[in-house]
Design a protein around this ligand. Sequence first.
Ligand SMILES: [Zn+2]
Length: 320
Amino acid sequence: MSQPRFFENFPSVVISVCSLIFLLLSACAALPSLTTAQTCGAKGIAAQVLGSGGPELQDKRAMSSYLIWQDGQARVIVDAGGGSALRFGESGAQMSMLDVILFTHFHVDHSADFAALIKSSWFEDRKRPLPVYGPPGNDFMPATTEFVSDFFGDKGVYRYLSELLVPGEGGSYLMQPHTVVAESTPAAVFHNDNFAVTAVRVIHGPVPALAWRIEIAGKSIVFSGDTNGEGPGLLHLAANADLFIAHNAVPEGAEGVERRLHMPPSVIGQIAADAKVKHLVLSHRMLRTLGKEEQTQAEIRKRYSGPLDFANDLDCFPVK
Ligand SMILES: [Zn+2]
C-alpha cells in the first residue's frame, strides 16, 4: 500500500489520528444540521421571513415569502417565491400546519415555489382543506382560481396531482382557491378560531396586487407586497400595525418602470409614520437596494422613528 511521499516519515499513529479527525468531520458534514429545527414562534406570535430577496438569484436570497407562527404552528404563508420552499423546510414548518395560503400577486418572485410546497404536502398527513387566496386577473395575470387550476386542474401542467383540486377524484385533501376583489377599504377575507385576514388592493403597475393584514392573538401583522404606494389602501391596512413588512425593491430616486412598480424608502417611511406602525421591517431586497441601507435608513428616519430592521432569509420577528 503506497502513501503520498509527504507522509512517508510520519509515524503511522499520527496518520491514523488525522484520518479519524477527517472521518469525524466528514460524518458531521453529512448529518442534517440540528440548528434547522423550528426555532421561530415556538411561543406566542412571530413573523418569519422565508425569502428576503427579489427576482435576482445573485442577491443570494430566496424570493418573497413569509410565515406567521403561533405557538409553534405555522398558520399562514404569504407568497411563495422561488427558493422559498427550501427555506420553508429549513424553518421547521410543515404544510399540514398551514391554515391558509395568501398571495399578494403572481409574479414569479412571489409564486414560483407554490407547486413545490403543494407537492411536499403529499408526504404529510393533511386531511383538512387548504384555502388559497389571491388577487383577480387581467390580460397580464391569471386570477387566483385560474392560477391554481393552471397547475393542478385536470388540464393543468401538474394534472397528475389533480385530485388536490377535483372533488371526489381521490383521497387527498382539497385545495380551495378564491379570487379576492378588494379596494382601498380593508375587506374581510378569511377567519377561523385563531386569526382573521383582511386585504386591500394596492398598485403594482399593471399587475393586480393585494396587501394583507393578519390579526392574531391581539397582534397585527401587515405585508405590503409589491406596490408603488399610490392610493390610500396600504395606509388604511397598516394602521397601528404591530409589525409592518414593506418591500425595499428600489432605492430613493428611482424612476420610470421601477418607480411605477415599487415604493422608494421615503414613501415606505411616510406610510409607516402616518399609520403609526410599531415596527418596520424592510424586505424584498434587490441588488439595486442592497448596499444602500444607510441611504435607505436615512430616508426612512426623516419620517419614521420606530424600530426598523432589514430582513434576511429565515429572520424571525416575534410580535410582542
Ligand atoms: Zn416582487
